[in-house]
Design a protein. Structure first.
Length: 696
């Protein structure tokens, strides 16, 4: 047994929404974490953490951590709180909910959560059980990647990708609408190795990102035009007879229909739409079709547009046209999240619950709270693992909704976020060092167990523990609402392993002992789709999707201008800029954006403008500008740079509103319109006007 003065090393996982899911080690002495660092032996983490998470103990021991339940005493948003006990807090929540259920039914309660952590227990299990038992409104989780997931489901059937290390087999890498140098940094050393060995790297992104700076070629399409670009590439490949016809014949459905559709996008037309010269399109098509293996590496930023679903479909067609699915170092690098799919029944016990009464799209939170959702209206909101005022679109409308006197809002958080400011009750949450969990990455293929390294700070409780307390207070006695953390994880793991070959041999005991456990692959399954069996209805790559046609959707990918851009043009407005607001380098969404050392590194919230656009508006580098859409405005520091092309502006997501000028961040401007597939968010289909700010 370790004495209290001995140092112990505890294995964990970085919980944040990042594909890398780093393996971490916490050194603990006398109940306190004294060192936190990367596992040197993990094959992807390889001994280093990103700049965001390296100073993690600052976050865990921040003086701003919430340590006790709080009840609001002043008006909403005024920041006046009194400390209450857990008994009082849980008692008040249960009493309010019972009254709401009696009057309006349980659908009047909306849980709202997303990606504060990606742990199985603190998200997927907690997300499913209590709310399913209660019959609360379901949350349509479409803020991040729903459009891409729907596109992959229709086209390939499964989100399978290789490990990062396989890029050393690629001769060409197209990094399309993805910025891994910031958003999945452990890919970069593998890419560098490949590049040194001669791999050619093309980045396709309107912005000259950190990733683009080190590419061999950077292509800058206008935002939201990638479907036209991809279809033009497909057109050139077919027109020049560079496609892999035997492969398409054997392994795909609808290649002739795709060829006909792509014929509508000759390079000249695509050039006019995308702003990419026709010769560049032709050159890229030839290079892509003649260099093997060729990897298309992408993520979710590219599909946060109104036409994002069809755009992603167009991208997914490319590897098929050149016969690259199933090839080591070729095909698609998107997500590994589809291997270890957790057993749905074990997660939520849905068969023992009433069907979910309705779903509320999380991108429509502001609208939902201010009248869009009726019968019953939303009377209570329970927010955890999310900061919608900071991170969800059309935040001004969300604040308006949260100010409703008849809305009972509970926020379970580690910090007093922009959202917590509007709560009636705030509950303190444990950090990753204080609870257990199991992590399934979306960028690599190793499960990672997270042991609790230290006891909860103050009176903090994990999501699962709060869920158990609420279940008791509501009088729900099902055993699956009251399992210990380990029992809950074990139950889901064991049930999933019965169906999922990739989990073969992976037990809770092994995970706890080894920390990192690779998923189980055979020589047949190791390279994604190497067996050329695709879990779609036809068993092939569905370039033409009958399933989409049956849902009234275009069965072939196409390009369509986002309605917001078309409407601005129709109104004769020519001074609009398309504002894209992807990941910031030093925060993960709004997580970490309250950490002073990282705020200093990231600098004041900014917007990048092309010199021509800045000059036309009388804006000098470093001055304050007002960025305004039809939904709202915020004020940001102008960075005048040719990293962005004319017509496009960039303002990264993440900064908290309350630490920003005039208490607003970029999400006061972003659209809450839904995209073409799966209710996907459309953050980047955001037409704004920018002008010098008037000094306060
Ligand atoms: N440092 C850091 N890492 C993160 C996050 C973070 O906030 N910060 N967020 C995490 C989360 S939640 C996610 S979902 C992933 C996202 O990972 P990524 O998708 O890599 O990140 P994004 O910055 O959202 O978008 C990638 C790129 O898409 C570009 N883009 C926008 N519109 C278009 C377009 O129309 N066409 C093209 N070709 N490119 C376009 C943007 O300029 C951006 O550089 O990253 C995760 N990792
Ligand atoms: N403008 C713009 N906005 C965007 C995007 C964009 O591209 N542009 N991207 C969107 C994307 S991809 C995503 S995924 C969303 C993410 O949006 P959110 O899911 O809202 O993520 P965060 O803003 O990081 O907020 C997560 C919160 O969870 C808290 N938390 C962490 N761990 C725990 C825990 O164990 N328990 C509890 N109760 N709380 C915890 C953190 O303190 C943090 O405040 O943002 C979206 N917002
Ligand atoms: S945010 Fe990503 S890169 Fe940084 S430590 Fe976490 S998993 Fe690793
Ligand atoms: Mo995301």
């Amino acid at each position: 047994m370790a004495t209290s003065s001995a140092r112990t090393r505890v294995r964990g996982a970085c919980p944040h929404d990042c594909p890398d899911t780093c393996a971490t080690i916490t050194e603990v002495q006398g109940g306190r974490a004294v060192r936190f660092y990367a596992d040197p032996e993990h094959p992807v983490t390889r001994g280093w953490l990103c700049a965001k998470v390296r100073p993690y103990l600052e976050r865990v021991y921040s003086p701003d951590r919430l340590l006790y339940p709080l009840r609001r005493v002043g008006p909403r948003g005024a920041g006046r709180w009194e400390r209450v006990s857990w008994d009082e807090a849980i008692g008040e929540i249960a009493a309010r909910w019972k009254a709401i259920i009696a009057e309006y039914g349980p659908a009047a309660i909306l849980p709202y959560s997303y990606s504060g952590t990606l742990g199985l227990l603190q998200t997927a299990i907690t997300d499913a059980r209590l709310w399913g038992r209660m019959g609360a409104s379901g949350l349509e989780r479409a803020i991040c990647c729903a459009g891409a997931h729907a596109a992959v489901a229709a086209t390939l059937g499964a989100r399978h990708s290789a490990d990062y290390a396989d890029v050393r087999h690629s001769r060409l890498v197209l990094i399309w609408g993805h910025n891994p140098a910031s958003t999945g940094p452990h890919f970069m050393p593998f890419l560098r190795e490949a590049q040194k060995a001669g791999t050619y790297v093309v980045v396709i992104d309107p912005r000259r990102t950190l990733t683009a700076r080190s590419a061999d070629e950077h292509i800058q399409p206008r935002p939201a035009t990638d479907a036209a670009l991809a279809l033009a590439l497909i057109h050139v490949i077919f027109a020049e007879n560079l496609h892999d016809e035997p492969w398409l014949e054997a392994n795909s459905v609808g290649w002739r229909e795709l060829r006909a559709r792509a014929a509508e996008y000759p390079p000249a037309r695509a050039a006019a739409i995308t702003g990419v010269p026709a010769e560049t399109i032709i050159g890229l098509a030839r290079r892509y079709a003649t260099t093997r293996p060729a990897l298309l590496k992408t993520a979710d930023g590219v599909q946060r547009h109104q036409n994002g679903g069809q755009t992603f479909r167009a991208l997914l067609c490319l590897p098929a046209v050149v016969g690259q699915y199933g090839v080591r170092g070729g095909g698609l690098g998107y997500s590994t999240g589809g291997y270890a799919l957790w057993d749905g029944e074990a997660l939520g016990h849905a068969s023992e619950c009433q069907p979910v009464p309705r779903f509320v799209n999380m991108n429509r939170l502001g609208a939902a709270l201010t009248g869009e959702v009726q019968n019953p209206p939303i009377k209570s909101l329970f927010v955890y693992c999310a900061n919608p005022v900071g991170s969800s679109p059309n935040a001004g409308l969300i604040v308006e909704g949260l100010k409703r006197d008849d809305l009972f809002t509970v926020v379970h958080e580690q910090f007093l976020t922009d959202t917590a400011d509007y709560a009636d009750i705030v509950l303190p949450a444990t950090s990753q060092l204080e609870h257990v969990d199991l992590h399934r990455p979306y960028g690599h293929r190793h499960l990672q167990y997270n042991h609790a390294a230290i006891p909860p700070l103050g009176e903090c409780k994990s999501n699962w523990d709060v869920s158990r307390l609420l279940a008791t207070a509501m009088g729900y006695s099902e055993p699956w609402l009251h399992e210990s953390a380990e029992e809950a994880i074990r139950g889901v793991l064991d049930a999933s392993r019965e169906r999922i070959p990739y989990l073969q041999g992976i037990t809770l005991e092994r995970l706890q002992a080894e920390g990192t456990v690779p998923l189980h692959f055979t020589p047949e399954t190791e390279v994604p789709f190497a067996d050329l069996r695709f879990p779609t209805p036809s068993g092939k790559v569905e370039l033409f999707s009958a399933a989409m046609a049956a849902r009234g959707l275009d069965p072939l990918p196409h390009y369509e201008e986002p309605a917001e851009f078309a409407a601005a043009r129709a109104r004769g407005e020519h001074d609009g800029l398309v504002l894209i607001s992807g990941a910031s380098h030093h925060f993960v969404s709004s997580s970490m954006a309250n950490q002073p050392s990282l705020q200093r590194k990231e600098g004041e919230p900014f917007v990048e403008l092309n010199p021509a656009d800045a000059a036309a508006r009388g804006i000098a580098d470093g001055t304050m500008v007002r960025v305004e859409s039809r939904r709202g405005w915020c004020e940001l520091r102008a960075v005048v740079t040719d990293d962005v092309p004319p017509g496009t502006a960039v303002a990264p997501k993440g900064p908290w509103a309350k630490y920003s000028r005039r208490g607003r961040n970029v999400n006061w401007t972003t659209p809450d319109a839904l995209a073409d597939l799966a209710g996907q968010s459309t953050f980047h289909s955001n037409m704004v006007r920018v002008r010098p700010a008037v000094e306060a």
